[in-house]
Design a binder for this molecule. Sequence first.
Ligand code: DGL
Length: 273
Amino acid sequence: MSNDDPIGLFDSGIGGLSVLQRIREVLPHENVIYVSDAGHLPYGDKPRAYIEKRCFSLTDFLIQNKAKAIVVACNTATAAAIETLRGVYTLPVIGVEPGVKPGLAVTQTGVVGILATTETLKSRKFENLVSRFCNDCKVVVQECPGLVEQIEHMDLSGEKTVSLVKRYVASLLDQGADTLVLGCTHYPLISDLIESVAGNRVRVIDTGFAVAREVVRRLTEAELLSTAEKPGTEIFWTTGNLDKMEKLVNYFWNKPSEVKALCQAGETGNPKR
Ligand code: DGL
């Protein structure tokens, strides 16, 4: 393994780009391979065992492509599989989790609202996270079916997206939340909409920076930080539709990048054009 090998990231779709954006800000020289598992999206309503299997398959792919560290840029996948992944692989495996602690640190009403997928909210990992940090405060939760799909369809401000966001945000505000935690990596991609629906008295928490800092810490500890002086590159892979991925990358990444189809053995999907 060498310092100039890439960092591997994966998500069920394009959501992990909200994490990659933050990583890029602190690590401009790292090469990156990103996999969108859009052929299997959404993870949020799938059984844990299914998500775990996907995580192993994508991690193996990233390691075959020389990843020196893995960022599980998905709350749902982290909740389902991070411990098992860490038990199997020896390279640094970094996950993401809803920012319960930062939310509790800033709430004035003592009520923090979490927006996340069904699978994240029902996970043991999330239950432990809340019980670890929440003593005299209250954490209220809202699952958000349909929202990830709207973002993947690049419908960021259409009628259906706005109405889903209004419904999910209102349910948390009605329970007294003054702080909203974005517990799914897709949601920061529509943080403007979420903030405008919630109003300017509500704090919206995203953990992308915290994850980026953790990536720096783990690479430093493993002596694996890139020594390159030129800007790092990104290669994007998708298990879903290649044209769609190209459009999403153009829109959200906004920088000429290589986008490739990932066909895995035993898969029946047709990610080709
Ligand atoms: N970005 C994923 C997360 O952070 C979305 C999960 C899904 O595909 O439902 O949870």
